[in-house]
Design a protein around this ligand. Sequence first.
Ligand SMILES: CC(C)(COP(=O)(O)OP(=O)(O)OC[C@H]1O[C@@H](n2cnc3c(N)ncnc32)[C@H](O)[C@@H]1OP(=O)(O)O)[C@@H](O)C(=O)NCCC(=O)NCCS
Length: 203
Amino acid sequence: MSERSVKAEALTFELVKDAEIFRSYHFDEGLHAFRPAPRQYAAVLELLVDGQTLLSVARKADLVVGYVIATPADPRERWGNTPIAPLLRDTSVEVSKSYRHGGTARRTLGAMVEAGALEPYIAFATCFSWHWDLSETNGDPWRYREMLYNVFAPYDFVLTPTNEPNLTESPVNMLLVRYGSGVDAEVRETFQALCRDTSRDPY
Ligand SMILES: CC(C)(COP(=O)(O)OP(=O)(O)OC[C@H]1O[C@@H](n2cnc3c(N)ncnc32)[C@H](O)[C@@H]1OP(=O)(O)O)[C@@H](O)C(=O)NCCC(=O)NCCS
């Protein structure tokens, strides 16, 4: 087992339901893929307090080294400003650099899925290459994409075609989607139609 896998073994993976519990944790400073760690911590806390967001973490005692967050769809984005928006959760993942590779991201996502938290929702991950730390794959975005796919695919996220303009901006971007067991066929079809709705394409 590699040194990194040993680190992952020593972590606790859990769904965090309570903002008060999250307040007793802090973020590892290596969690800065989206914004600096203290600001990201504050943003996650605010979302959790709001009650619409799902969060799972990988932590060592009170130090969070990875998280998966599933937030309501942004109303400015294609899926957000629609009647099915309450049934959607936009999912993203981050692991601090020294805790990567050992399955940390996958197991953090696993904590959310295995708790059943995503079952009422269509969870989607908009994977934009401009958020990626390509040093992980020697600058190769396609290998990075495959790695990311390997985080989500074991939990039934499927690669989904779309003409959403931000996603089509780069061929390496991808949309991954998971249909919760509580999502009925009509909602599923509406979501799939939205993915390829040319009337929403500004070009
Ligand atoms: C993407 C990210 C969350 C992955 O975290 P991680 O803890 O390394 O992921 P995991 O270890 O769970 O990886 C899942 C699989 O990919 C493999 N993997 C991880 N990093 C890899 C790498 N650099 N090269 C090849 N394979 C890799 C793992 O070994 C595992 O493979 P397996 O299924 O054969 O066991 C992490 O790199 C990160 O935080 N990056 C910055 C933020 C980011 O890109 N977020 C996604 C935004 S769309």
